[in-house]
Design a protein around this ligand. Structure first.
Ligand SMILES: [Zn+2]
Length: 55
């Protein structure tokens, strides 16, 4: 993966949930967490993620 963001200040992203269509904030802290896990972006908002993992 290219380090395109290197040198840029990390910032919160506004993403759109592909399940319910709501926009949600993907915070810098979450971005770092996802990167450590090897993931890219969450596709669902927190609510949908909670619903999904509860099933
Ligand atoms: Zn959602």
């Amino acid at each position: 993966m290219k380090k395109v963001l290197e040198g840029e200040a990390p910032q919160d992203l506004l993403l759109k949930c592909y399940q319910c269509g709501e926009r949600f904030i993907f915070t810098v802290g979450e971005q770092q967490f996802y990167q450590q896990k090897g993931f890219v972006h969450p596709r669902r908002c927190e609510k949908c993620r909670a619903n999904y993992s509860n099933r």
